[in-house]
Design a protein around this ligand. Structure first.
Ligand code: NAD
Ligand code: ZN
Length: 252
């Protein structure tokens, strides 16, 4: 529940957002929690069942079928997930010309499903896969693959296919990474939604924005490293949907 004492903070956040010249929103797994997509560090969901190792590159190379099993389960969830109020409100702010871009760590495509257009996918996407053979690197659409037998193999060369998400031990894909840092340098107001701030280098985006003089507004049910280390200027505690609703009401 949103408590009364936070009302002023919402008014202040709404005022800052309205007066932003270049509003950038930075999102993490938490914004999709209300769409039924599990976060990595939450209490429930598929990431309690699998070790996070299944998404490390070295594990994937040695055990592609095990890694693919977890990824397929996640892919089925996100294919059937729908954007929630928070995704939709952000798409609306872009249409109104208030929001300039979204930098997301998510790989679930829910911002795009909600109608957001200027989205930078900092950790890549699950929509496509690439053949791991460096002499081939053929790309396929994930939803067109037959995932009955895992791991899926390349039709051209027979090598294993890997989703285009950024695994642990990998660098975020380009140009998304550079463009995201450009957005963080340009913004004068950044809203952070549903991220724990522990994944690097993504967690440096709000820090970069702050160093360039931006005001940082954070929406999270619990304090994150960004709150604790003082990167955040205004902390709006609560779930993404309810907090975004309050902000949108204050902005009317
Ligand atoms: P995380 O799992 O580390 O943290 C999630 C954060 O969301 C936490 O701070 C939590 O308190 C908060 N949260 C939980 N429920 C919320 C709600 N209803 N509203 C707002 N916030 C809520 O996720 P992360 O920081 O994004 O980093 C983990 C990495 O895992 C990401 O980089 C991403 O690539 C990947 N991931 C993506 C998805 C997705 O695409 N939806 C899901 C899981 C993990
Ligand atoms: Zn190939």
């Amino acid at each position: 529940m949103v408590s009364e004492e936070k009302i002023d903070k919402f008014k202040e956040a709404a005022r800052i957002i309205k007066s932003a010249k270049y509003l950038v929103v930075f999102t993490g797994a938490g914004i999709s929690a209300e769409s039924g997509v599990p976060t990595f560090r939450g209490d429930n969901g598929i990431w309690k069942k699998y070790d996070s190792n299944v998404l490390s590159l070295s594990y994937f190379i040695e055990h592609p079928e095990e890694s693919w099993k977890a990824q397929k389960e996640f892919f089925d969830i996100i294919l059937n997930a729908n954007p929630n109020y928070a995704h939709i409100a952000l798409a609306e702010l872009e249409k109104k010309g208030i929001l300039k871009s979204i930098v997301t760590q998510n790989i679930d495509n829910l911002h795009q499903k909600a109608g957001s257009e200027n989205v930078f996918e900092f950790h890549g996407t699950m929509k496509t896969v690439t053949c791991i053979n460096p002499r081939c690197m053929h790309k396929y659409k994930t939803e067109e693959l037959d995932l009955t037998n895992l791991p899926p193999k390349c039709e051209k060369c027979g090598s294993v296919l890997k989703t285009d998400i950024c695994f642990f031990e990998e660098n975020p894909p380009e140009p998304a990474k550079s463009l995201s840092f450009q957005e963080a340098s340009k913004t004068d107001v950044m809203i952070i939604v549903g991220t724990s701030g522990v994944v690097h280098p993504a967690a440096l985006l709000p820090v970069t924005a702050k160093e360039n003089g931006a005001k940082i507004i954070e929406i999270n049910p619990d304090s994150s490293l960004l709150t604790i280390y003082g990167t955040t200027d205004i902390f709006l505690q609560g779930e993404a949907g309810e907090v975004m609703k309050k902000i949108m009401e204050e902005m009317e």
